[in-house]
Design a protein around this ligand. Sequence first.
Ligand code: SAH
Length: 250
Amino acid sequence: MTVRPPEVTVAYWKKVLILTGAALVLGPAVAAGQQLTEEERFRELRNAMVRDQIEAKGVSDSETLRAMRNVPRHLFVAEPRRANAYEDRPLPIEEGQTISQPYIVGYMTEIIGPRPGMKILEIGTGSGYQAAVLAETGAQVFSIEIFAFLAAQAANRLDGLGYRVQVRHADGFDGWPEEAPFDAIIVTAAAGFIPPPLLDQLKPGGRMIIPVGSIYGIQNLVRVDKREDGSLQSETLLPVRFVPLLRSTG
Ligand code: SAH
């Protein structure tokens, strides 16, 4: 009969204890590490997007670049499209609409130069991404969306991410008279002409950026400045392609 020396048993249990301890300590750490990696992967893609697609094409406003580095664009598209969220192209969202190309978002944001305390109106909330970029700078953002579903989805999403944006479901052609005047107005759907109510709701010294043109033909981004005396000055900047500014029939 062989008797196992007690030292072996003790050593054995010590090993078991050490391994169990290691698993208990390392298991959650490894799991957390994986989550961090996913987040970090998107952050790296985002930094590359800002560097290669936005800064490289001439956008230089530091607040615009900082905001776009911080807003998680992948959370503004449906899950199957997240992997494409940092490519330089528009992506489809619900209701046949699109989230604009990142470069165009950067370009338009730089034109209006959002800063803390500025009051900004956006027409065409869509996914809520442009509104989030504006809010990230500390500006006070009001955004109007014509599709009820998109307005509700964007409001929830922005709220969940901690962006304080007021979203209204309405036809943005009429602007938001109760909150006017605005330091800046950004229209993210193409209009045949500039809606007069929006010009009225722009502060003297304020600025608007809007794609103007037909849905089938040529559209251009137009910058409109309202001088202190109330007169308007506009400049055509860049050919673009946006979804049309719709009109509510009710
Ligand atoms: N800024 C959005 C993308 C805009 S796509 C983003 O960052 O995701 C244009 C949006 O304008 C669409 O969601 C469309 O439904 C909306 N839209 C079109 N006509 C409108 C109108 N008259 N008033 C308000 N929103 C309108």
